[in-house]
Ligand binder design. Structure first.
Ligand code: ATP
Length: 304
């Protein structure tokens, strides 16, 4: 519930249904063709007036979330305030349900959530374009957290084109113990790719078609993640989780982004529940969650 005088924003996690990674550029970044899909696992960020910028966090992974100015929610508040020449005096409370360092853009979600919450709290009425510009400054995945739905990200992933989605998809996410750092996974990608010819990343027409028509079977056939071999190399135990999901009837399996969360596409809601139960029983993950997509982007919740 939003405390009186505060603003709460709900913001979704994402799964990359395609993550095509190009060769390392001279600046160290990689060009990507990144198809984001927002899923119905949410963090909530509440902004309330305060004497100075402070952050608190609750949830099963709260102890892994930095509560200093490195938190993307704090950085979002600072960037927005600086743009308007005001002081970022706000308390940000994060109710965290998205796994931390799990490849589901939880930190980016909190950045986008804090931005929207502070914009509303401070009555700034920023344009969508202004908010998206600050999001891109915060990180490659942050613009998508604001927009939600489905989108193709190019460049470092931050140039977004929204994509039509013709139906609902049912997912299970297996949460692993511990996280994986995204830069470490990209470094492992570079190590594994050494000497190989890496094609320019492009979005798969079959995948875009599957999203547009809402065809689960076609989406299952088109899911790809170029970071998966690197995540599996760093965390070989994920292979057993993927196998457990396949054995339980998942149509397709995928490491989510840089991992170690793994994603399972199910035929329908009932099958998703069965896959989640089997994954938990398999003992190959910390827990498993069902979710649907597409989910809306960051939204201000009505106050109590
Ligand atoms: P992505 O999918 O965008 O690569 P991720 O889901 O793997 O990201 P995050 O949960 O965003 O990873 O966290 C990555 C790191 O960012 C954390 O280990 C933490 O140190 C830092 N961080 C900064 N702000 C936050 C936040 N609000 N929530 C969680 N982690 C944060």
């Amino acid at each position: 519930m939003t405390p009186s005088g505060g603003v709460t924003v709900r913001v979704p996690a994402k799964v990359n249904v395609q993550l095509a990674v190009g060769a390392a550029r001279p600046d160290g970044f990689h060009d990507l063709a990144n198809v984001f899909l927002a899923v119905s696992l949410y963090d909530e960020v509440t902004a309330t007036p305060a004497d100075e910028l402070t952050i608190t966090c609750e949830g099963p992974d709260a102890d892994k979330v930095p509560l200093d100015r490195t938190n993307l929610a704090a950085r979002a508040a600072e960037l927005l305030a600086a743009r308007h020449g005001i002081s970022p005096d706000v308390h940000l409370h994060i109710a965290k349900d998205i796994p931390v360092a799990g490849g589901m853009a939880g930190g980016s979600a909190d950045g986008a959530g804090a931005l929207l919450a502070c914009d509303a709290l401070w009555g700034l009425n920023s344009s969508r374009a202004d908010l998206l510009e600050i999001c891109a400054e915060l990180g490659s995945d942050v613009p998508f957290s604001l927009v939600g739905g489905a989108a193709l990200g190019t460049g470092r992933g931050e140039k977004l084109t929204e994509l039509p989605v013709g139906g609902a998809f049912h997912w299970v996410f297996a949460v692993a113990d511990g996280g994986l750092s995204t830069p470490t996974v990209f470094a492992e990608f570079d190590r594994l790719a050494e000497g190989a010819e890496i094609p320019d990343p492009t979005a798969s027409p079959a995948l875009l078609d599957a999203l547009r028509t809402g065809d689960t079977t076609a989406l299952a056939a088109a899911l790809t993640n170029d970071l998966q071999p690197a995540a599996l190399s760093l965390r070989p135990s994920l292979a057993a989780t993927l196998t457990a999901g396949t054995d339980a009837g998942a149509l397709a399996t995928l490491v989510s982004g840089s991992g170690p969360t793994t994603a399972f596409l199910a035929k329908d809601a009932e099958s998703a529940e069965a896959v989640a139960a089997a994954l938990i029983a398999s003992g190959t993950c910390r827990t498993a969650r069902v979710a649907t997509s597409p989910a809306p982007g960051a939204i201000v919740l009505p106050s109590a």
